[in-house]
Design a protein around this ligand. Structure first.
Ligand code: G16
Length: 547
């Protein structure tokens, strides 16, 4: 069968012309930019998703329409492979090529090349499940996506407004339904039931903790957290804040996980809502990131970020593995990125193997698969824990010899169910944190004191062309523009405990600068001085130079 078996393809493609002069790129988390230019991209992603499914013999592919932590006017789209993981890296290039084909003829030509090169049998079925976040641009972009899917006659399932992690869950659940590897019922309710059942077992018979305040970033997290609360009974009370999903401009605005991480302060809307000693947490716009925080008795804000989550969770799992008597069979490891606070890396490396990889969940996820249990969290709160097939087999078949071993084994089995292992999931991660806090009888300050963060600062620099910035060594060293790394090294040497790196963002049109130093003012100063270097070398307008 050839592409001309799909006679509607050219006419549907003509409905979604590519804007001239824009170059699209499938980046860290798919395509992501201002929503008004994305129509043609969504159409083409629909076609590509159908092709990917045909290539994989009709296994269901996921498509999520979201721009996550970005401002409301942005949108984006990412593809999900059959096991619920990120799109295979080799297909990212196909996505970029197809999105940049100029005319309909050029697009069809590129499609033909792809079909030939990959040996795609077009007579195979195509199955795609898709969802979107709450952005106002979502419905029209979804309709462009639907045209792309219709162009290749895909069987579709609309998951509606949902979170990125639920969409990933659905993809895996659909593809494993009725098999030995069944991931759960293939519905949103199935997801809630799976998580709540595991959570209830893990916290029983422990005391119900004080209510947890949840900042929903005025996004889809508000909808799912409210539905999920009904499954928790009296085991955990969620106080939902920033739930204004219909208020224009509210999404991620001065709230949410990215705001908390970058500004290192409480969202203004929570002042007076979060009480000293109370635990609070923030989701991002598609509920795949999680940040915790609390106020001490002097109402001082303390942030518990992805690094702190990794430390809390990894130590807990290591203890359970030891108590269960599985130390020699299950090796636990942690994966971080260059953004991990130096103090967290030190704390974790003293206890278990730690690897550093490039930013982007796909890199962390793949590295974590090399451990029996791989704990990965980006400092921004994006992460999860992976139990390898071998570890799952061990947990299923192991015969404990003492009551203590038996209890620890049962906890590990339930953690394996509680954790959404397809991708970072704010809701599932929140439950995971709550389980550990309940078992350890920790409050926010006990958790915070696992290690003391080195003072740090993250700065964004707007430059004419972020693509001139190229890195190596898990993004810790710049190789381009030439000479800039040496200048950064010179600066860093002047700060005690200094560390800094520069990398182009994959989701925003900026270059990011991270710096750490022995005290806060030095960390700020170092970050801004490095940002200044970046700015000068990249040839930006002096009026916009970071100060
Ligand atoms: C996405 C990625 C994350 C990454 C973040 C920022 O998160 O999934 O892995 O850390 O972007 O990336 P960058 O610094 O390249 O802009 P999200 O939550 O926005 O999908």
């Amino acid at each position: 069968m050839a592409l001309d078996a799909f006679p509607n393809l050219p006419a549907l493609c003509n409905k979604h012309p590519k804007p001239p002069q824009i170059r699209f790129q499938y980046g860290t988390a798919g395509f992501r930019t201002i929503a008004t230019v994305l129509d043609s991209v969504l159409f083409r992603v629909g076609v590509l998703a159908a092709l990917r499914s045909k290539r994989l013999e009709g296994r269901t592919i996921g498509v999520m329409v979201t721009a996550s932590h970005n401002p409301e006017q942005d949108n984006g789209v990412k593809l999900v492979d059959p096991r619920g993981e990120m799109l295979d890296a080799s297909w990212e290039t196909h996505a970029t090529v197809l999105s940049n084909a100029g005319t309909t003829d050029e697009f069809v030509l590129e499609l033909e090349k792809l079909v030939d090169r990959m040996g795609i049998d077009l007579s195979r079925p195509a199955r795609v499940v898709y969802g979107r976040d709450t952005r106002p641009s979502g419905p029209s972009l979804v309709s462009a996506l639907e045209d792309g899917l219709a162009a290749l006659g895909a069987e579709v399932r609309d998951a509606g407004i949902t979170t990125t992690p639920i969409l990933h869950y659905l993809v895996r659940a659909i593809n494993t339904l009725g098999t030995e590897e069944s991931y759960g019922e293939d519905s949103e309710q199935g997801y809630y039931q799976k998580l709540s059942a595991a959570y209830n077992k893990l916290v029983s018979p422990r005391q119900t903790p004080p209510p947890l305040l949840v900042d929903c970033a005025n996004g889809v997290g508000a909808i799912i957290a409210e539905r999920f609360a009904g499954y928790l009974g009296d085991r955990l009370t969620l106080v939902l804040e920033n739930t204004a999903i219909d208020t224009a401009g509210a999404l991620n605005n001065a709230c949410g996980a990215d705001f908390v991480k970058t500004s290192q302060k409480l969202p203004p809307s929570l002042v007076g809502r979060l009480q000293p000693g109370q635990r609070g947490c923030s989701f991002d716009g598609d509920a795949d990131r999680l940040m915790y925080f609390y106020l001490d008795e002097r109402s001082q804000f303390h942030m518990l970020d992805g690094d702190k989550i990794a430390a809390l969770v990894a130590a807990f799992i290591v203890d359970l593995v030891k108590t269960a008597g599985l130390e020699s069979q299950i090796k636990v490891g942690v994966v971080q990125t260059a953004y991990a606070n130096g103090a967290s890396t030190k704390y974790l490396s003293e206890r278990l193997p730690v690897r550093c990889v490039s930013t982007g969940v796909k890199h962390l996820h793949h590295a974590a698969e090399n451990f029996n249990v791989g704990v990965y969290f980006e400092a921004n709160g994006h992460g999860t824990v992976l139990f390898s097939p071998a570890a799952q087999e061990t947990l299923a078949t192991y015969e404990p010899s003492t009551p203590a071993q038996s209890t620890a084994l049962e906890h590990l089995r339930n953690l394996n169910l509680l954790i959404n292992q397809t991708v970072g999931d704010a809701l599932s991660d929140m439950l995971l944190v709550e389980v550990v806090l309940a078992h350890k009888t920790y409050d926010g300050s006990d958790w915070d004191s696992l290690y003391i963060d080195l003072p740090n600062r993250l700065v964004k620099v707007v430059v004419p062309d972020r693509n001139q910035f190229k890195t190596e060594d898990a993004e810790r060293q710049l190789v381009s523009p030439p000479g800039l790394q040496a200048k950064i090294n010179d600066l860093v040497r002047r700060y005690e405990g200094g560390r800094s790196f520069v990398r182009p963002s994959g989701t925003e049109d900026v270059v990011r600068v991270y710096a750490e130093a022995g005290n806060k003012s030095n960390a700020d100063e170092l970050a801004f001085r490095v940002a200044g270097l970046v700015y000068d070398v990249a040839g930006g307008n002096p009026a916009n130079r970071p100060k």
